[in-house]
Design a protein around this ligand. Structure first.
Ligand code: GDP
Length: 317
């Protein structure tokens, strides 16, 4: 295998953050302010990442030193389950276009972002990086997962065939400022923040929680993820993708109770069994990341309180 010079200082680098309007991309841009680098972004109206020619033209014109591929079609369990084409096709196009264009433009460093849903539904917990492709996927998000697995393999293939010093990171379930609060397409944490807020406003006695409330999920704040990603850009170079989790795990019921406290509204929880639970448990083993020296995760309640402020200032009516 190629060996690369570590660490990678980011100073003076021109870093293209693809997907800078999304929750993760925006967090990476915020975090990069603390580094002496130049951040490049491309508004969607100027650069459609599913358009191969447009992406190649942009990359060859701008020739960044680093690409952070945070652009993706993302969504919660309902959206994933309902729009399989969007999640598979758009993500395949975005990653194939950006990664290949980065190769054509000879971009020295690239960080691809996947997701914890790449792992088999019944992977041993906590899920280590080695669990990839050892069993069937969770059906509610397999479209997205297949696209993300292809992205990891694409990065590995460019490493193997062309000696590219490119890496992939797998974040767990994310939340934070800039999240999507649309109930039809959001993930559980922003959905429940909104539902509790609206119940409080309307004086409604109950909040509907999808599924049984028993699935376990791990939650990571997007700004903690961004900090870990900058750390990895500086210190990590390996074929293997690397997990970025928080170790903070709770059931959906416990999450609802925590959100009730943050919003300051106690409501009866009603569980809607017509909605899917998805994978029963999704806790990642982030031991490799910790062994490298990163472990700076905020307290979940504090993180949710910050997310609620974002919701109140940006979304709530
Ligand atoms: P997942 O981690 O890919 O399953 O994605 P989600 O964040 O969308 O869902 C996580 C879990 O929360 C699933 O078991 C959902 O059924 C459950 N859940 C409970 N209430 C809601 C809700 O209002 N919206 C969403 N998206 N999920 C919910």
């Amino acid at each position: 295998m190629e060996t690369f010079n570590l660490p990678h200082p980011l100073t003076y680098n021109r870093i293209f953050v693809a997907g800078h309007r999304g929750m993760v991309g925006a967090a990476v841009v915020r975090r990069l302010v603390a580094e002496s680098c130049e951040v490049l972004t491309a508004p969607r109206r100027e650069l459609d990442l599913t358009n191969q020619q447009a992406v190649q033209d942009w990359m060859l014109k701008n020739r960044p030193d680093v690409v952070v591929l945070a652009a993706a079609k993302v969504g919660g369990i309902h959206a994933n389950n309902t729009y399989p084409v969007d999640f598979l096709y758009q993500n395949l196009m975005i990653e194939a276009n950006v990664i290949h264009a980065a190769h054509l433009a000879d971009v020295p460093r690239l960080l691809f972002l996947g997701s914890s849903c790449i792992y088999p539904k019944h992977a041993p917990q906590p899920i280590s990086e080695d669990s990839l492709l050892t069993g069937p996927l969770e059906p509610t998000n397999e479209w997205y997962a297949i696209a993300k697995i292809a992205g990891i393999k694409l990065v590995q293939a460019y490493r193997k065939q062309y000696g590219r010093d490119w890496i992939s990171a797998m974040p767990t379930n994310l939340y934070g400022p800039g999240d999507n609060y649309d109930l039809a397409s959001s993930h559980v944490l922003p959905a429940l923040l909104r539902k509790f807020h609206e119940a409080k406003q309307n004086g409604s006695p109950e909040v509907v929680v999808w599924g049984s409330g028993t699935p376990l999920r791990e939650f990571l704040h997007c700004d903690d993820l961004a900090d870990a990603l900058v750390f990895l850009l500086k210190t990590y170079s390996d074929d293997a993708h690397i997990n970025v989790g928080s170790g903070v795990e709770l059931s959906i019921r416990e999450l609802a109770e925590t959100i009730a406290q943050v919003v300051g509204y106690e409501a009866k929880l009603t569980f809607d069994a017509s909605k899917p639970d998805g994978t029963p448990r999704k806790l990642m083993d982030s031991g490799r990341l910790h062994a490298l020296g990163w472990n700076r995760v905020r307290v979940l309640r504090d993180g949710i309180a910050g997310a609620y402020e974002d919701y109140l200032s940006r979304v709530a009516e």
